[in-house]
Design a protein around this ligand. Structure first.
Ligand SMILES: Cc1cc2nc3c(=O)[nH]c(=O)nc-3n(C[C@H](O)[C@H](O)[C@H](O)COP(=O)(O)OP(=O)(O)OC[C@H]3O[C@@H](n4cnc5c(N)ncnc54)[C@H](O)[C@@H]3O)c2cc1C
Length: 373
């Protein structure tokens, strides 16, 4: 394939991070090409909950990026024809220790716009959720949910049609040189390159990624048939309060952690925390577990633990399972984001935590601002 014209920017990877970089670059009127090995986005960015989480995110690295990204999602959704299928988050505390974490959270500035409901108030507001032991509920209006498997392809189509971004599907990037990028379709001339490989840690810069200690996290997910009612928002439970940094770093989380470690040790061992997100057709995406050395074989035991937790938190037996799948993303122990400059005008960018859907647009803007100041 011949490319007579030079692109200003080549982006490797058409996941949310690559597309977010493409959007930020296209808004600066740069000539952009996205190089993607698959026929369409197929990796983490379409296998997640599509849950743009704001409340409960770690203050340091994530919270402000999540708020900015949520705003971009909202703006882009209208233009790209992406349906916002759910808004808000409903954190259901089943234990007094979990309610104490929510009360402490409400005293922080990150609770702006949130409400803390008693169990009785929560049941009045959403009688369909029938747990009798509900201690308190944190209602946050700040979240959005999209159906990722539809939203990400729509985003790519819109970038191509409305912003003139060129997409080379079924094209693998082999190496990055100063003025071009070598691909399975030949060299592509470019002034700058951003590599957003997701959890492909071997094709480009493998030594650099190994030195940075990047690994994989594998998650198991389910889609259930509609329960016959609408959830008040995406539902989380006590386990999420020891996982999301905005909650888990509060001193009150220590007591909850200890109680959960004694009562739910198997779930904790599998990195399970419950998220139940609802689609436009009423179906429920339920997850997730976290394994860092898994070969990718899905375990029925983990699905059973997830479904038990669903029943305890929602107060109904789970509807039939429609789909099961797993996904994986890149992880590092000590950071949520890796941005490196392996050569002048080249950036290597990985989200190294399960937050790329929630933070991708803000990261894309930061990377483009750093590369084209
Ligand atoms: C099950 C699951 C649940 C999740 N839940 C949430 C959530 O609730 N909220 C949230 O914010 N985040 C969530 N995440 C995390 C989020 O999905 C990821 O952080 C995000 O999708 C990463 O985006 P990415 O673009 O970096 O990677 P990817 O989506 O993996 O995209 C990388 C792309 O690069 C391509 N590629 C790689 N190397 C090459 C090459 N050499 N040449 C050509 N193409 C290449 C790949 O084919 C791939 O399409 C979840 C993830 C999973 C798996």
């Amino acid at each position: 394939m011949d490319f007579p014209e030079k692109f200003d920017l080549a982006i490797v990877g058409a996941g949310i991070l690559g597309l977010a970089c493409a959007l930020a670059a296209a808004r600066r009127k740069l000539k952009v090409v996205v190089i993607e090995r698959d026929t369409r986005p197929r990796k983490a960015s379409i296998r997640n909950f599509g849950f743009i989480t704001v409340t409960g995110q770690d203050r340091e690295d994530v919270w402000s990026r999540a708020r900015r990204s949520r705003d971009v999602w909202r703006e882009v959704a209208t233009k790209a024809g992406i349906l916002i299928v759910q808004t808000g988050q409903w954190v259901a505390a089943q234990r007094p220790e979990a309610a104490a974490v929510l009360e402490a959270f409400m005293r922080t500035d990150m609770a702006d716009g949130c409400e803390l409901l008693t169990g009785t108030e929560a049941r009045q507001r959403c009688p369909d959720l029938q747990t009798s032991g509900l201690q308190a509920v944190l209602w946050s209006p700040h979240e959005l949910r999209v159906e990722s498997r539809e939203a990400i392809p729509l985003l790519a189509d819109w970038l191509a049609l409305d912003h003139g971004v060129t997409f080379l599907w079924e094209t693998a990037a082999h190496s990055v040189a100063p003025a071009h990028i070598d691909t399975s379709r030949g060299p592509i001339p470019t002034g700058a390159t951003i590599v957003c490989p997701g959890d492909d840690l071997v094709s480009l810069y493998p030594d650099r990624l190994a030195r940075a200690g990047i690994g994989h996290c594998v998650l198991q997910m389910l889609r259930l048939e509609s329960p016959g009612f609408r959830l008040p928002g995406t539902v989380l439970s006590d386990l999420s309060l020891i996982r999301y940094g905005g909650f888990s770093t509060l001193p009150e989380a220590d007591l909850l952690r200890r109680r959960l470690e004694s009562e739910q040790s198997e779930l904790i061992q599998h990195g399970i925390h419950l998220i139940v997100a609802q689609g436009a057709d009423g179906s429920l995406v339920v997850g997730d577990s976290h394994h860092y050395d898994a070969a990718g074989f899905a375990s029925e035991r983990i699905y059973a633990l997830l479904l038990n937790e669903y029943a305890a938190v929602i107060g109904h037996p789970p509807p039939p399972v429609r789909e099961r799948w797993s996904g994986s993303y890149a992880v590092a122990n000590n950071r949520v984001l890796l941005i490196e400059e392996p050569a002048p005008n080249v950036r290597l960018v990985l989200v190294t935590s399960g937050i790329g859907a929630s933070t991708g647009f803000a990261i894309g803007e930061e990377v483009i601002n750093g590369l084209f100041h």
